[in-house]
Design a protein around this ligand. Structure first.
Ligand code: SF4
Length: 321
């Protein structure tokens, strides 16, 4: 269960790659996606509006609340309703790409937007915020898939959390591809324990109980339950305090090995992170340094994905304060 030496398949709204497919013939090129993430992700792009037959350029659409339904309608002609076609496209895309480990969406789009797309009343007044019809359908058809908007990837915490979830889900799909066994699930859980503890202590306890007794259980059903709870627990970034808690737990493995001076230095770096003085990578790097000095003894700690959730070259924890 090491990190892949090939790219991880991730879906993306096509205009983010720089393709001029927007309603106005423009694009929404995102340099972080094409310049950084493309080294790690194999992008599977889609422009749902083009794929349902809309032209470039085209009249824009918007989301309108009709009775208790959200409909995607042409702005200049409410009789042109694209809702069903966009939702079908979302279901087809989910079905065609079961190995996807994440999706990066264009914000504010009535098709691709995910978290804050404006919803209007028929008279044109904004009434609420919702999801675009394509991504709403994609998420309904693949609820485990980590989905994030490109704009939110500018936030260091959300960016790190999304990429961590993509790699975690990728490891899970690889595990399932080989057929889920009790041993495989226990090993997977064991290596994700501290990552889970940092995010959600309650889920850490519950999933620990779930894998404690696997005898006589339907492994497929149990696996579905496990990954559903795990991905839910990882959905929000950890608090600073829970990171500190986990790092102090990990320090416990070094008790017999480090002297008072090293111990003080490690504690100080954890407290400096807690106080916002240094980024998360500082105490993590120090912990790893001490574990690596005695690799044989610290196999268990070194195998924790909390310490290495994705390729370190991404440098994401250098920006987590
Ligand atoms: S936001 Fe989605 S539907 Fe709109 S142009 Fe980009 S890929 Fe196409």
């Amino acid at each position: 269960m090491s990190e892949p030496n090939y790219k991880v398949p991730v879906g993306i709204s096509r205009c983010l790659l720089g393709d001029p497919v927007r309603y106005n013939g423009d694009h929404k090129h995102n340099r972080f996606c094409t310049g950084v993430l493309s080294d790690y992700f194999e992008f599977v792009s889609t422009c749902p509006e083009v794929e349902i037959g809309m032209s470039v350029p085209r009249k824009p659409i918007r989301l309108v609340q009709l009775d208790d339904q959200t409909r995607a309608l042409a702005t200049d002609d409410p009789h042109q309703d694209f809702t069903t076609a966009l939702e079908q496209r979302g279901a087809e895309y989910a079905d065609a790409h079961p190995r996807l480990c994440g999706f990066i969406a264009t914000p504010n789009s009535p098709s691709c937007g995910t978290f804050g797309v404006k919803l209007y009343l028929p008279n044109g007044h904004p009434v609420n915020k919702t999801s675009g019809r394509f991504t709403a359908s994609l998420r309904a058809n693949n609820p485990l898939l980590p989905v994030e908007e490109a704009g939110r990837l500018n936030d260091a915490g959300l960016r790190e959390n999304f990429i961590m979830r993509v790699f975690t889900y990728h490891r899970w799909l690889n595990l399932r591809a080989d057929g889920l066994t009790a041993k495989g699930l226990v090993n997977f859980h064991s290596r994700h324990k501290y990552l889970l503890m940092a995010h959600n202590y309650k889920a850490y306890r519950e999933l620990g109980r779930l894998v404690a007794d696997l005898s006589g259980n339907d492994m497929d059903a149990l696996g579905d339950q496990y990954i559903s709870q795990l991905m839910q627990a990882l959905s929000a970034p950890p608090e600073r305090g829970t990171h500190c808690n986990v790092m102090q737990h990990l320090m416990g493995y070094l008790k017999q090995q480090i002297d008072q001076q090293d111990k003080q230095e490690l504690l100080r770096s954890i407290e400096d992170y807690r106080g916002g003085v240094v980024p998360l990578i500082v105490p993590i790097a120090l912990l790893k340094h001490h574990f690596q000095r005695n690799r044989q003894r610290h196999q268990y700690a070194l195998q924790q994905f909390y310490l290495s959730p994705y390729p370190h070259q991404l440098g994401l924890r250098s920006h987590i304060h």
